[in-house]
Design a protein around this ligand. Structure first.
Ligand code: ZN
Ligand code: ZN
Length: 864
């Protein structure tokens, strides 16, 4: 054991954390494919490599590391891989910004190269943060989705799902972001409340109300309710679209609300999902008025080339000038926007690739997974229930996984590469074989690329080693940890893909964490100035303090508000723990530890009983991922039980050095060892540092604490002992005595005597006697407290005489006062609350003070 001379007075987190970071080896965290231990494979979220590992990531990773370390200590073969989800628009935009180009200024391949280089640089930066935070990452299982070995799996999964009929190509209306110039999936549409204008205008004799007059050229019909008498005559007629002049039919549909506006609505291709529904239902023609860049198309006549906002203004102005705009009203509306850039989405009809959504299949698999917390399953179910459209997986971008197909120029057949030729970019290569249908040799490579979620939704297949040759040996993974913001996307798509490709659920459990909000309670954003950078925090208080904040901040699944005070409290906890451990280490050094020493003193047995309870609680909480509760139990034990009570009680015995000192050292050692191990998953640097003084190797290679101590009497009697000491100390304080001042004789009348080995006497500096007989105390009245605010106003000039008369009453009547009392020869009524008798006690002829601790009586004699 290290000498206490080497023990630093203060815990220097910066020095300690750096030293251990240099000592620890990556190999200790590698998943062992040959291991006989049970596996615990984690489907870690692959973050987007922005270069900054933000505080939300940090929270997520802290949770993962807590249970990864815990499961290792519990004897599992843990895989905690680290992925990077590289593809996507934000990197494209950044590359354009940094190089002052647009994506069209260079070749597709050159542009991809620039994106890859930026991504690699960012990943390197983020790896450093992961290491600083002491995450026990399995670096042998790192994956980068833009690398050929990963995206060839994405392509393989595409080909397999194409072959099994899950994937198809179709011209279909999809959500489209005209700023990003790409289709997006429903899950990528966010909704915002905006104020807009409802415009009432004359449509060939009937009134129509619309929020989107710019879609007038896209009008393909007018719909009315079949039972609406106002429009009975219009049945089977056509109407002329104002300003544009084309004729459209009047259709009848139950879904029209006769009470909204005039009860007649125009159907455009496409204003919203309802339009798409009617368009299909009534077999209407398609009029495309907005192109992929958000500009009005040629069928818009004089408005061609305008943006939709410009077109709206121009059409309203023209409606006014021809006198058909009747009125305008303000309207609150929910608008679907692109989740990345917030541009309102359009519904455009394009040729796209889709994945069929089989709701029941996904629902069944979701139900076979255990959700933490349970209510998150509901969110998944609600999302599944509201799915109406298939998942659009094609994107019109560049930095993404290419869709590995060609189209035969002659017959239009879709031709795919051989699986062994993956990865494949069909824009750069040609198929090996002629067209199987027509024998043609002319092909066009697919230019569309895959949605980034197509990469990340097979993360679990990748980490479990899927290569298309069947279900991997270690599939499914044990757990998926992720934020609640990506249940509709990452969780949903991952389940869909696992079921489609393997026929079973992807994980046994899913753990859903909340979001980190700024100190002001709002989502962190640059514009609010409430962003917290993990690096800054780690620099000021250390990685352990940040980790502890993450553990204690909130219950699982709840959003967590960032607070500097919580981080400071975490760093204070380490200071206090260090002081406790330092005290213990000095004791251990004096004459060594006898781990088999008999544990005799009540306080020692009590400490072990409470430690045993704590271990049980913490273990149960860890099993349920209730990290806040686990750490709370550890802290209560360390502070309340160990520091504030046990050490205070045992200190004297440890200093006195008598025979039972060995017992105290032994239990102190047990608590020290167990605390280090229980803290190891949460604050790995601190736990490692403290444990290193025991010279027993790394705490991270120890098994989880399995300590039990079955001694119910020790718990109840020890609790009493602690309470008695606390009450007598309070009595000392209330009587103006110093805590170490001598106190004479203290007698405790308890149901059992306590073998306290003199702890109570030393702690209270008193002559302490534990007795099991009943206390024989004579109660004597030692004075009377008069309530002057009652006595004064009631008796006025007779007040003095009243008080004298009361003092003369026998003790029995003081306790139960009569209704009246004789004062100056008359009977006066005794008001309520006029006085309370004061008592003192006499025990074996000596005056004593009495303290009650529940049913237990404690007397103090000879106090001076
Ligand atoms: Zn966008
Ligand atoms: Zn062909």
């Amino acid at each position: 054991m290290a000498s206490s001379d080497e023990l630093p007075k203060n815990y220097d987190f910066a020095e300690v954390e750096e030293r251990w970071r240099k000592t620890w080896r990556d190999e200790d965290h590698y998943f062992d494919t040959n291991s006989k231990k049970p596996q615990f494979v984690i489907d870690t979220p692959p973050p987007y490599p922005t270069g900054n590992f933000h505080i939300g990531n940090a929270l997520n990773w802290c949770y993962i590391d807590f249970f990864a370390r815990y499961k290792r200590m519990k004897g599992y073969n843990v895989m905690f891989p680290q992925g990077w989800d590289c593809h996507g628009l934000p990197t494209e935009v950044k590359v354009e910004e940094l190089n002052h180009i647009t994506k069209n200024d260079v070749s597709r391949e050159e542009f991809r190269k620039m994106c890859r280089e930026l991504t690699i640089k960012n990943i390197e930066q983020m790896r450093l943060t992961l290491r600083r935070m002491a995450f026990s990452t399995d670096w042998s299982n790192e994956y980068i989705t833009m690398m050929p070995n990963y995206y060839s799996k994405t392509q393989l999964s595409f080909l397999r799902m194409l072959a099994s009929g899950y994937i198809y190509q179709d011209e279909h209306p999809v959500n489209f972001c005209t700023r990003c110039e790409t289709a997006i999936a429903f899950a990528e549409v966010s909704y915002e409340d905006r104020e807009t204008q409802l415009n009432f205008f004359d449509f060939d004799g009937i009134e129509i109300a619309t929020t989107r007059p710019e879609l007038l050229a896209a009008c393909v019909a007018v719909a009315v309710h079949p039972a609406d008498d106002r429009y009975y005559k219009l049945k089977g007629k056509t109407l002329t679209v104002p300003l544009f002049g084309h004729a459209v039919p009047v259709v009848q549909d139950e879904a029209v609300d006769p009470k909204f506006g005039s009860g007649a609505v125009m159907i455009c291709t496409f204003g919203d999902k309802q339009d798409v529904h009617w368009w299909k239902q009534h077999n209407l023609p398609l009029r495309k008025t907005i192109d992929r860049k958000g500009k009005m198309t040629e069928i818009c006549g004089k408005y061609t080339g305008l943006s939709s906002t410009e077109c709206r203004k121009a059409i309203l102005a023209d409606m006014k000038s021809v006198g058909i705009l009747k009125k305008q009203e303000k309207l609150q509306q929910r608008v679907g926007t692109c989740w990345r850039c917030k541009t309102p989405i359009e519904i455009l009809s394009n040729r796209q690739w889709f994945i069929r959504i089989k709701q029941q299949e996904i629902r069944d698999a979701a139900h076979q997974i255990k959700w933490y917390p349970q209510h998150m399953l509901l969110r998944m179910e609600n999302w599944i229930d509201q799915m109406e459209w298939d998942w659009c997986i094609s994107r019109q971008r560049i930095f993404a996984t290419p869709i590995p197909v060609w189209t035969c120029a002659k017959c239009g057949e879709i031709v795919v590469p051989d699986e062994k030729d993956l990865p494949c970019d069909p824009t750069l290569t040609k198929p090996r074989h002629p067209c199987p249908k027509c024998g043609g040799n002319e092909f066009t490579g697919e230019e569309d690329v895959l949605d980034t979620w197509m990469d990340s939704s097979i993360s679990v297949l990748n980490v479990t080693g899927w290569d298309g040759s069947g279900k991997p040996k270690i599939f499914p993974a044990q757990i998926r940890p992720q934020g609640h913001d990506i249940i509709r996307t990452w969780a949903f798509y991952s389940i869909l893909r696992a079921v489609a490709l393997t026929g079973s659920k992807p994980w046994d459990q899913i753990l859903v964490n909340g979001m980190v909000l700024g100190e002001d309670g709002f989502k962190m954003s640059k514009s609010r100035g409430n962003v917290i950078v993990p690096e800054e925090l780690v620099g000021r208080y250390g990685a352990d303090a940040l980790r502890q904040w993450a553990a204690t901040g909130a219950a699982l699944g709840s959003d967590i508000m960032f607070s500097w005070n919580d981080v400071i409290a975490a760093s204070r906890f380490q200071t206090k723990m260090w002081n406790i451990f330092r005290f213990a280490l000095i004791q251990f050094e004096k004459d060594g530890i006898d781990e088999n020493a008999a544990v005799t003193a009540l306080a020692d047995r009590w400490l072990l009983a409470r430690l045993s309870d704590t271990v049980a609680t913490v273990s149960a909480r860890m099993e349920n991922y209730e990290f806040d509760e686990a750490l709370k139990a550890i802290r209560e034990f360390a502070w309340d039980v160990l520091a504030d009570n046990y050490i205070e009680l045992a200190k004297g015995r440890l200093y006195a050095g008598d025979a039972s000192r060995k017992s105290a050292c032994r239990v102190l050692y047990a608590a020290y060892d167990a605390l280090c191990r229980m803290l190891a998953p949460f604050i790995p640097y601190f736990a490692e540092e403290c444990y290193s003084y025991l010279d027993k190797g790394s705490v991270h290679k120890q098994p989880w604490v399995s300590f039990t101590f079955d001694d119910p009497a020790a718990r109840t009697e020890g609790d009493l002992l602690v309470k008695v000491v606390a009450e007598v100390r309070k009595y000392k304080h209330d009587n103006g005595l110093a805590l170490n001042a001598p106190l004479g004789k203290v007698t405790v009348y308890a149901p059992h005597t306590a073998n306290d080995e003199g702890d109570t006497a030393r702690t209270l500096n008193a002559d302490v006697h534990w007795r099991t007989d009943k206390a024989h105390l004579d109660k004597v009245v030692s004075g009377i407290d008069f309530n002057r605010s009652v006595v004064g106003p009631t008796f006025r000039k007779d007040a003095g005489a009243f008080m004298e008369a009361v003092k003369a009453l026998p003790a029995e009547e003081l306790a139960h006062p009569p209704k009246t009392i004789k004062v100056n020869g008359g009977d006066l009524a005794i008001p309520e609350n006029a006085f309370t008798p004061k008592y003192s006690y006499v025990e074996e002829g000596a005056k004593v003070d009495m303290i009650t601790v529940g049913d237990v009586i404690v007397t103090v004699a000879g106090k001076e």
